[in-house]
Design a protein around this ligand. Structure first.
Ligand code: SAM
Length: 163
């Protein structure tokens, strides 16, 4: 088990390697996250009280949220048990739970309501029709005036075909 047999240095290294790999898929990801958090404060008029990181993987985004907003109740959902184990080590202050976004049942694990929901490089795993349903489900997990932030790398060609 990750939590029982690894040391803090291992976890930090794995998280750095994860961020570096994700930067390769989405260059400028760190700046994008900073801009997203700034946007959330502007739109909400304050730091979020509760935030949900959908498909949060090993918790690097959740950790950033907690560092910027220590009083925020941050939850992370993901499908992958290994990444969830890492997330519990990376962000011990967060509520980390397993859920599958491919069906509406994820909301049973979601808690909420939230004033901020993030889906960072998560939605491309789902078929387009399912993403549309998920948006409607996320809306039901948001407080009135709440905000959904989505980050996905897109090819130019795909953008022209699906404006
Ligand atoms: C590219 S990673 C991004 C992780 C994280 N958001 C980040 O930016 O570091 C995509 C994540 O989506 C999760 N994921 C994929 N399909 C999922 C599903 N059906 N339900 C929940 N999580 C899923 C994966 O386990 C993985 O952690």
């Amino acid at each position: 088990m990750i939590g029982e047999h690894c040391v803090a240095g291992d976890v930090d290294r794995w998280l750095r390697e994860w961020e570096s790999m994700m930067d390769g898929f989405l260059p400028g990801r760190g700046d994008l996250m900073m801009a997203g958090m700034q946007t959330a404060e502007t739109v909400l008029g304050q730091a979020p009280v509760a935030a949900l990181d959908l498909g949060g993987g090993p918790g690097t985004t959740t950790r950033k949220l907690l560092r910027r907003w220590p009083a925020c109740a941050v939850s992370l959902l993901d499908l992958d048990p290994v990444l969830l184990a890492l997330a519990r080590l990376a962000a011990p202050g967060a509520a980390v739970r397993q859920a599958d976004l491919s069906s509406a049942r994820w909301r049973m694990a979601a808690g909420g309501p939230y004033d901020l929901v993030l889906a960072v490089m998560t939605l491309h795993y789902l078929p387009e029709g399912r993403v549309r349903q998920l948006y409607a489900e996320i809306r039901r997990s948001l407080r009135p005036g709440g905000l959904l932030l989505v980050a996905e790398p897109m090819r130019q060609r795909a953008r022209r075909e699906h404006p």
